[in-house]
Design a binder for this molecule. Structure first.
Ligand SMILES: Nc1nc2c(c(=O)[nH]1)N[C@@H](CN(C=O)c1ccc(C(=O)N[C@@H](CCC(=O)O)C(=O)O)cc1)CN2
Ligand code: MG
Length: 297
């Protein structure tokens, strides 16, 4: 049986480390602030935004949650972002994705001051990050990398396969693994012989949004499997159950180590958001970044 990678516990310990750094900032009269904007009433987004606000306060930062109605115009949303860009009590700004259809996500992301872009979605950060500079590392891939390094140590030379090519997870994940000297394949729905590609991987990251798509038979014995998927499945009882993009029961029989869903990557996403907010606050105050925080240089 595979070893279980406990993202929930790792995230809790990461939040403790963040809280210690925030306490040091308090002594210098600095309280990092994170503004989270939610447009509309998507039930899952409401849960994530509530947890973000709660955990922001728990580590000693200020939380500013802006809940806007579904009908909010793009102009009004841009005006709020502009206000937060110029607000000195705010070091991090995040707009919860997905946005309603009448709002263009790219326009909104481009409006965030790149220094305050704690999601790492702004093109300036994407560019800096891809070229090895100090761009914000997107939260979910950063969380996956921290779990991998904790599990495996040095990743140099490992064969990594990232299944999924989204801007939020797949693409930045491939970049991060390349920077760790892995041999990286980015696979997707058009990849030929997908199962065989997966079976060659020492590290398998799955972020496709398809419930239990990857089976145990796709996995190299002993591989490390990181499941980014969070899918709600209706059960016969009428209750919903959360499953990943990997079929956990069969995968756990073959893999060397695997993240569960829930309790794997998800909690790391929010912990890394707090980490990125801390890093943004340090940079905006021209303070050094502690060596334990993973940055690109
Ligand atoms: N602006 C952003 N939007 C979105 C991001 C993001 O990083 N930035 N990622 C996802 C949603 N997300 C954070 O926003 C997120 C998803 C899941 C979890 C989590 O803790 N999941 C739990 C299960 C919780 C549940 O019951 O649903 C787990 O996996 O254990 C945290 C954050 C899309 N949007
Ligand atoms: Mg994809």
């Amino acid at each position: 049986m595979a070893q279980l990678i406990d993202g929930k516990a790792f995230a809790a310990s990461l939040r403790n480390d963040i809280a210690e750094e925030v306490a040091k900032l308090h002594q210098q009269g600095i309280t990092p602030g994170l503004a989270v904007i939610l447009v509309g009433e998507d039930p899952a987004s409401q849960v994530y935004v509530r947890n973000k606000g709660k955990q922001t306060i728990e580590v000693g930062m200020s939380s500013f949650v802006h809940k806007l109605p579904e009908s909010t115009s793009q102009t009004d949303l841009l005006a709020l972002i502009n206000k937060l860009n110029n607000d000195n009590s705010v070091q991090g700004i995040l707009v919860q994705i997905p946005l309603p259809d009448h709002i263009d996500a790219d326009t909104v992301i481009n409006a965030i001051d790149p220094r305050k872009d704690v999601d790492g979605f702004h093109p300036v950060n994407v560019g800096r990050f891809s070229t090895g500079g100090n761009g914000t590392i997107p939260c979910t891939p950063l969380g996956c990398l921290m779990l991998l390094k904790d599990q495996l140590g040095d990743l140099s030379g490992a064969r990594a396969l990232v299944l999924g090519r989204s801007n939020i997870v797949g693409k930045p994940m491939s970049t991060l693994l390349l920077n760790e000297n892995c041999t990286v394949t980015t696979a997707h729905s058009r990849t030929k012989d997908l199962q065989e590609e997966c079976r060659r991987a020492d590290i398998l990251i799955v972020a496709v949004g398809r419930p239990e798509m990857v089976k145990g038979s796709w996995i190299k014995p002993g591989a490390t499997v990181i499941d980014v998927g969070i899918n709600r499945i209706e059960q016969d009882s009428g209750k919903a159950r959360l499953v990943g993009d990997v079929q956990f029961s069969s995968a756990a029989e073959v893999a060397g180590a695997i993240t569960p869903v829930p309790g794997g990557v998800g909690p790391m996403t929010i912990a890394c958001l707090l980490l990125n907010t801390l890093t943004a606050a340090l940079r905006q105050n021209d303070l050094p970044i502690p060596t334990w925080i993973p940055t690109q240089n």
